[in-house]
Ligand binder design. Sequence first.
Ligand SMILES: [Zn+2]
Ligand SMILES: [Zn+2]
Length: 114
Amino acid sequence: MSASSGLRGQCDVCLHANNSHTTAPCPANRCRNRWKRCQVTGGCFRASNNWTYRMCYGCKDHPAAEDSLDFGAPRQKDVTRAQKEHFKQTGDAGGQTSGGELTSSSPPLQSSSP
Ligand SMILES: [Zn+2]
Ligand SMILES: [Zn+2]
């Protein structure tokens, strides 16, 4: 079963096709960030027993909004350019890693480099 969203390109976070992702606007007032989840068959997480959808991008300003997202919009849009830039610079998309944790709660990797 395919749940194609029609989005082009590929996801910066998990490298699966954007077509296998759906996005939702952050429901917080005036927030322009978008949430983006991966729906590839078999799941996106590295753990083979985790078949739930992986949240690749989340809104870092409103993490609590995760409970009230609407991924059913007929016209899908990718996350904002600002979110992509932020992910490029920090490696933190506000979503989940392939291990299933939230990226924002992981310690910085390059803390000890000179
Ligand atoms: Zn993804
Ligand atoms: Zn994926």
